[in-house]
Design a protein around this ligand. Structure first.
Ligand code: PMP
Length: 439
């Protein structure tokens, strides 16, 4: 039991009263492992919160952060710049889809989402289409916790009780276990049903009122659900046809999760705006960003008087030299170790095979995977709905495995640097934990 005082930190998305009775505290990390207070190792099959894609505690990043802190810890990003931020932005563009060559740095995914929504609005105003103010999002979508992103959230518990933007419609969610159970990669069914719903919203609201659609290419916090075949391509076509911007929220899918640097490249669909955060510098120093297509940025610049900022928006810690230095060091690792593409190679195949071999566990009703992402869904049967996931989660933790429970879906996103033998260790610990939790 911890001797820490647990009375003063109000932790995010945490039942603090339950935590105080059952504290779970990590004190150290290395590679694919976190270490508990009692010294026990916990295989981190979540890469933190989908962010430690290069593995934990990389010395190269630590050295870069320390050196940068001593060289230039901070300078204001408003009307000034620092070499690491320009260098990082430039190097990132080698990995973005064609036509995307600018990044607006933020500190988090939530800020990236709200910034993206504002850029979309600004663009419509700049080109004289100020009536296009509505957004379309998707059920089960997660877009961070600021008011814009909360308004786009398709997860009811995260919206409840907050004052939200009203001009938002929702596409149907992508999870369809009744027709797509145990698919590998992108499932077969659902595109027509979901894009028909998109067309109905356009017919109801009128394309002249719609600013942008915001979706995760793969739904993350909604249960790790890959898009059905052809879905993203069809959404892009409808956006083009009706002059609606397409925003991909790549906060989870960016930086190698899918087998490409971005899901946009993986699926061959270029959005107009793309959000990112988390793994941008390996989850080490808070950082996010909004990638913007050249045509969007150019329209805004061309329609702004020379004497004022093009965008009256920004954060004190946007693109700090330290966060950017961490990003440059992380990018060296991504590039030199081939991490952006390893999820589509032998490692990804081993991951998919390992995951799908769990189908014989009791109460499993679906297994999904894409790249180095995965989910196993359980039927709660007579257990109170949503109690099974947390039970499995707790058994996993006790048996040395960190998974994520989203309701009764167990969701996984290992560090991209994970080894095949660590994937086997995951299978062993997960199996044991599920059997104990159901026993
Ligand atoms: N968008 C998506 C798709 C996310 O998964 C998350 C975080 N899980 C966010 C936005 C918000 O990011 P942050 O927690 O860094 O604010």
């Amino acid at each position: 039991m911890t001797d820490l005082n647990l009375e003063h930190w109000w932790q995010p998305f945490t039942n603090v009263r339950a935590f105080q009775k059952n504290p779970r505290v990590f004190t150290r990390a290395e590679g694919s492992f976190l270490f508990r207070e009692d010294g026990g190792d916990v295989l981190d099959i979540t890469a933190g919160l989908w962010c430690c894609n290069i593995g934990h505690a990389r010395r190269e990043v630590a050295d870069a952060v320390r050196d940068q802190l001593m060289q230039l810890d901070y300078a204001p990003p408003f009307q000034f710049g620092t070499p690491p931020a320009f260098q990082f932005a430039t190097r990132l563009m080698a990995h973005t889809p064609e036509g995307i060559n600018r990044i607006f740095f933020t500190n988090s995914g939530s800020e990236a989402v709200d910034t993206a929504l504002k850029i979309a609005h600004l663009y419509q105003f700049a080109r004289g289409k100020g009536s296009k103010t509505r957004f379309i999002s998707r059920q089960q979508g997660y877009h961070g916790v600021n008011i814009g992103g909360t308004s786009m959230q398709g997860l009811p518990t995260n919206r409840h009780g907050f004052p939200l933007l009203q001009e938002v419609d929702f596409l149907p969610g992508m999870l369809d276990i009744s027709r797509n159970a145990f698919s590998r990669g992108c499932p077969e069914h659902g595109t027509d049903r979901m894009t028909d719903a998109f067309e109905q919203i356009i017919a109801l609201r009128g394309a002249d009122s719609i600013c942008a659609v915001i979706i995760e290419p793969i739904s993350g916090a909604g249960g790790m659900v890959p898009p059905p075949q052809g879905y993203l391509q069809k959404v892009r076509e409808l956006c083009d046809e009706h002059d609606i911007l397409l925003i991909f929220d790549e906060v989870i899918t960016g930086f190698g999760r899918t087998g490409s640097a971005f899901a946009a490249t993986e699926f061959g669909v270029t959005p107009d705006i793309m959000t990112s955060a988390k793994a941008i510098n390996g989850g080490t120093v808070p950082m996010g960003g909004v990638f913007v297509k050249d045509s969007i940025q150019q329209t805004i610049f061309d329609n702004t008087p020379d004497t004022v900022p093009e965008f009256f928006h920004g954060n004190t810690y946007a693109g700090t030299p330290v966060a950017a230095a961490a990003g440059l060091a992380a990018l060296d690792i991504y590039e030199s170790e081939g991490l952006f593409t390893c999820a589509s190679g032998a490692k990804g195949e081993h991951w998919a095979n390992t995951l799908h071999a769990m189908g014989d566990l009791p109460q499993v009703i679906d297994i999904r995977n894409y790249g180095l992402l995965g989910a196993v869904s359980f039927d709660p049967l007579d257990a109170p709905a949503k109690s099974l996931g947390p039970r499995i989660h707790q058994r996993c933790y006790e048996n040395g495995l960190l998974c994520r429970a989203v309701g009764d879906h167990m969701v996984m996103s290992p560090p991209l640097s994970i080894s095949e033998s660590e994937i086997d260790l995951f299978a062993e610990r997960f199996r044991k934990s599920v059997l104990e939790a159901l026993g």
